[in-house]
Design a binder for this molecule. Structure first.
Ligand code: GLY
Length: 358
């Protein structure tokens, strides 16, 4: 596989961390595993910004004192979900085509082989917590729409407007840009004065239509849990479910093997059952890093006959029960990263681009 062995050595990055500026080791490729330092407990997220780092510290507080992976994952996911600046997850997420924020989330507990999920959930800031309630308090796996909202209400989750001013402005800009013949239109657009790209300069978030986050953890008892949570594809059709609430697509956890999560174009992740596939690959002896890359190659292989130039945007993360790590992205100019917290501190793990140049 292309680029598989690029930058496999430990190196250090200087970043502002928790209590202040410190040196954070970044591990690349499979070095983490080969160094034998990937022991539990640990927690990871695909989110690599400061909120992702804060989420890892919040989850780690639970793990370091002997708490469960399920509790750590929920706490960490909530930190990301309530960040109003994040336009891809929870509160502040970009809305659907009607301007309504509809959230998807899934939860899985490897110790009990149980799972819960919610789809198209409106007005609740923390869908991962509702998904956990579905997992622990019902014999169902997936609740959607008004049913999911009624369930959340029953458990006392507060209802709030999830559409921030920032997200509303981005949505309105999108409506203005739909077509130069629409009745909606930015003044410059209606006068046909400015090229399309210029409209989006102020709204870089719009580039990231599929933002999502995965949180995976192993606790001191070796139990594994995971969560995937998202506001889904921005400006999606009303009622569209992505991969995030689909067990086996956006998330899968097996206590005997490991866990995997997906971000990116949900339609491809659903069709490929990507997270389940990654866990099966690890069960067959592949490392988490190899499993992530295998899943991306599998998707491209599926398209080879019908659309050989199609390389959809996905980023996959995985851990195995030994605490080894994996992260790979379909395409792009920069290696993907994920955030990791364990006894060694906080660090970024650097994965690989499966199809560089695409
Ligand atoms: N992966 C997020 C979505 O497609 O909704």
């Amino acid at each position: 596989m292309k680029n598989q062995i690029s930058r496999r050595n430990f190196f250090f990055k200087t970043v502002g961390a928790g209590a202040g500026l410190c040196l954070i080791p970044s591990v690349s490729g499979t070095s983490f595993m080969q160094s034998g330092k990937g022991s539990a407990p640990l927690i990871i997220t695909s989110h690599t910004n400061l909120t992702g780092q804060n989420a890892m510290e919040a989850g780690w507080e639970i793990l370091k004192s002997g708490g469960t992976a399920v509790d750590a994952v929920e706490r960490a996911a909530n930190v990301i979900e309530v960040d109003p600046e994040d336009t891809s997850v929870g509160y502040g997420g970009l809305p659907n085509e009607r301007g309504v924020v509809q959230l998807d989330a899934s939860f899985m507990d490897g110790s009990t082989y149980s799972a819960g999920a919610v789809g198209c959930l409106e007005n609740i800031k923390t869908p991962s917590s509702v998904a956990r309630k579905v997992m622990e308090h019902t014999d169902h796996v997936l609740l959607v729409g008004t049913g999911a909202l009624e369930f959340a209400r029953a458990w006392g989750f507060p209802e709030e407007n999830l559409l921030t001013e920032k997200a509303r402005k981005i949505w309105l800009r999108w409506k203005e840009e739909l077509s130069p013949k629409d009745d909606w239109g930015a003044p410059e657009h209606l006068q046909n004065l400015v090229k399309k790209e210029a409209y989006w300069r102020d709204f870089p978030q719009i580039e990231n239509h599929y933002g999502t986050t995965n949180v995976l953890a192993i606790d001191a008892s070796g139990n594994i849990a995971g969560c995937t949570t998202t506001s889904g594809l921005s400006f999606k059709l009303n009622g569209r479910l992505g991969d995030s609430p689909i067990i086996g697509a956006g998330l899968y956890v097996d206590n005997e093997v490991g866990a995997a999560g997906a971000t990116g174009r949900g339609e491809d992740v659903i069709k490929s059952c990507a997270s389940y596939y990654m866990v099966l690959r690890m069960k067959d002896g592949r490392t988490p890093q190899q499993a992530c890359e295998d899943a991306l190659h599998m998707i491209v292989d599926r398209y080879r006959k019908v659309n050989p130039e199609f390389f959809p945007s996905e980023k996959f993360v995985a851990i195995n029960k030994s605490g080894e790590l994996g992260c790979a992205i379909m395409k792009g100019g920069r290696n993907p990263e994920m955030s990791v917290r364990s006894t060694g501190g906080f660090r970024k793990y650097e994965g690989i681009v499966a199809f560089p140049g695409k």
